[in-house]
Design a protein around this ligand. Structure first.
Ligand code: UD1
Ligand code: CA
Length: 462
């Protein structure tokens, strides 16, 4: 039985990011890059997963609290990648098998690649196997130096000769190592190089000197092993991740009018024949049905949308559920725990919070509906407000099926409007309105005859 142990290097400061946030916590496709690396690590079902943390290690550990079974080692100070891996020695004491080494800043790696790495590593009985790629712009990466086709050493950009800098094959920073000789060999690495660091890449030259088997596995698509060292690379990688997701959606029958300006998070699902216009952002655990139309500049987070729903321009939906056939916006705001029923309509400048709008109900203009349960086919007039907050507590409003709320009404909660009841426009409703009744609560109109003419006449005139 050959155990697999994953070690992830995540102690570096990420100086080039110029950030207060540790590099590995910066999001890629809406998810901290370290989470992506941990997901791909988990796909190997390893016996152990160890993280080497250092710079702002508290922040990294806190961010990963929801994950169980991780081992942590602190690298302080951070003296290079070989020194980082050495910190895993106590965590792997008495273990056997292979170590798969991942970098916290290489977030696009695919599990297929890791499986291919392990397969090759085991079948060739290598002491070390390096994942490499050929790239057009190798700048910044360690270069793969071969003799007669065999990997002999890896040289870092800053230590490379002009000829070595021409080499397009690069080190991904992803490796498999046989565990048994690893930690003894790491102790043989020195720091005589341009950065004065202990380079893990020097292990290859050392193993070659000991006549150990050193192998490579080359990925075809170099994008997946891209490392992130700067904000510019972060943006590039994010673009690639988005593009990949967008391609998947289009292949599944979703129309993206302009993929370049469409942001869809990794866990978002969209049904076929849905049309997504430019500037749309779909995040978190969002699920959108089929044949929907999402107009330009809509943001939807953690929401579930049925089929044939129209979301018009400039809407924000967070934690909402919208049933099939409904229409939302433009300029609507659906806040958490909002449920919009089948074929219901939410129009411009309407905000819903913790509110259920029944099937066929309409709130078309300028309303705030909070902590309310609104029945089927209710009509909410323009400017209706549920006054749900008394300064201390929130109270609920119930509007039963088929009721009609006249424009510019305030419903002072807790309050109930019965089935089929009417509320006259401009009312401040403080008491329940029985089913079928008319509730009217506003100042009585007084018409003062001839008032306008008298106002125009100058005072004191004849
Ligand atoms: C490293 C490799 C380079 C490879 C590249 C791929 C070395 C010497 N160089 O260079 O050959 O092409 O990755 O992306 O290994 N880290 C620590 N502790 C440290 C230093 C680094 O944990 O003391 C971690 C970093 O947080 C990061 C990873 O190791 O997650 C790589 O470090 P980084 O400084 O980014 O190395 P590169 O210069 O990119
Ligand atoms: Ca790097």
């Amino acid at each position: 039985m050959n155990d697999i142990h994953v070690v992830i290097l995540a102690a570096g400061q990420g100086t080039r990011m110029k950030s207060q946030l540790p590099k590995v916590l910066h999001p890629v496709g809406g998810v901290a890059m370290i989470e992506r690396v941990l997901d791909v690590a988990a796909s190997l079902s390893p016996a152990t997963i160890s993280l080497i943390v250092g710079h702002k290690s508290d922040l990294v550990r806190d961010a990963l609290q929801h994950r169980s079974g991780l081992g942590f080692a602190i690298q302080e100070p951070q003296l290079g990648t070989a020194h980082a891996l050495q910190q895993a020695e106590p965590l792997l004491k008495g273990r056997t098998g292979a170590v798969v080494l991942l970098s916290g800043d290489v977030p696009m790696l695919r599990s297929e690649t890791l499986k291919a790495l392990l397969e090759h590593h085991v079948s060739s009985r290598a002491a070390a196997t390096v994942v490499t790629a050929s790239v057009d712009r190798p700048y910044g990466y360690g270069r793969i130096v071969r003799q007669d086709g065999q990997l002999v050493r890896i040289v870092e950009e800053r230590d490379a000769s002009p000829v070595e800098r021409q080499v397009r094959e690069i080190n991904s920073g992803i490796y498999a190592f046989e565990l048994a000789p690893l930690f003894d060999a790491l102790r043989g690495i020195a720091s005589q190089n341009a950065q004065g660091e202990f380079y893990l890449t020097d292990l290859i030259g050392i193993y070659r000197g000991q006549n150990r088997v050193v192998e490579t596995v080359t990925v075809r698509d170099s994008q997946e092993i891209r490392g992130i060292n700067s904000r510019s690379e972060l943006a590039e990688v994010n673009r690639v991740v988005r593009q990949t997701k967008n391609e998947e959606l289009m292949a599944a029958g979703v129309t993206l009018v302009d993929p370049a300006t469409t942001f869809v998070g990794p866990s978002v699902e969209v049904g076929a024949d849905t049309v997504i216009h430019p500037g749309v952002v779909l995040e978190g655990q969002t699920k959108i049905g089929s044949a929907c139309e999402i107009q330009p500049h809509v943001r939807i987070v953690d929401s579930t949308i049925g089929d044939r729903v129209a979301i018009n321009s400039f809407c924000l939906l967070v934690g909402a559920t919208v049933a099939s056939g409904a229409a939302i916006g433009p300029f609507a705001h659906l806040r958490p725990d909002t449920i919009v029923g089948e074929s219901a309509r939410v129009g411009n400048f309407v905000e819903l919070k913790k509110t259920t709008l029944g099937p066929g109900a309409k709130a078309n203009h300028l309303s705030y509906l909070g902590d309310a349960t609104i029945g089927a086919n209710v009509n909410i007039g323009a400017g209706t407000i549920t006054c749900n907050y008394d300064g201390t507590n929130k109270h609920t409003t119930i509007i039963e099926e088929g009721a009609f709320i006249g424009s510019d009404s305030q419903l002072i909660a807790p309050v109930r409007v019965g089935k089929g009841a009417f509320v006259a426009a401009g009312s401040s409703i403080t008491e329940d309105v029985p089913a079928g009744a008319l509730g009217i609560a506003r100042g009585k109109q007084v018409n003062v005859e001839g008032w306008a003419k008298r106002k125009k006449t100058p005072t004191g005139g004849s």
